[in-house]
Design a protein around this ligand. Sequence first.
Ligand code: PRP
Length: 212
Amino acid sequence: MSERLRVAMPKGRIYNKAAELLRAAGLPVPPEGEEGRKLVIPIPEANMEFILAKPVDVPTYVEYGAVDIGIVGKDVLMEEGRDVYELLDLGIARCRMSVIGLPGWQPGIQQRVATKYPNVASQYFREQGQQVEVIKLNGSIELAPLIGLADRIVDMVETGQTLRENGLVEQSQIFEITSRLVANRVSYRLKNKEIQTLCDALYQVIGSPAGL
Ligand code: PRP
């Protein structure tokens, strides 16, 4: 583990929201793209180093201790099931995980559900006592019920625009999603002071001690 506190940031839709929060907490994290395609951004004045990872990989870097802490959506945490210590609900990138289908959907004999989150979907339907075949896709999930690949999908809903524009409806909500600050369990003990200082600075910005 490096001397500097190493932080994994998710590239893409969460990055700028997370960077804004960190800047408000006093850390000069650059906006996405400002450093070109660099994947490691040192911030020596804060004795920190930010790495830019694919969101789905953030819990992996954290579990293995390649980074000390990371910022990641609850959707990814639930799907990946990595052994990380969830420190703080950052309250950003709020959306929900839902079951979605065409209006008037009726359960057929064979049910197929397409999703980027096969573990989440399988667990949900198992708990509901529903037997479904889960099909893993990697994006544009809303296509699946439109062209008959699956009856329903399990996906993230933020504004609901994608559903509306594709004539789909939410059938049920599985859980709420926000971004979380997570830590490697060993780092949390060895670098407790640095991690706690960052958490305290973030509490100030978020407005309440939303520790988990
Ligand atoms: C996500 C998600 C939905 C959409 C929801 O897709 O999978 O399709 O955003 O947002 P909305 O409710 O505000 O419309 P993303 O943009 O990440 O792309 P993807 O289809 O490649 O997964």
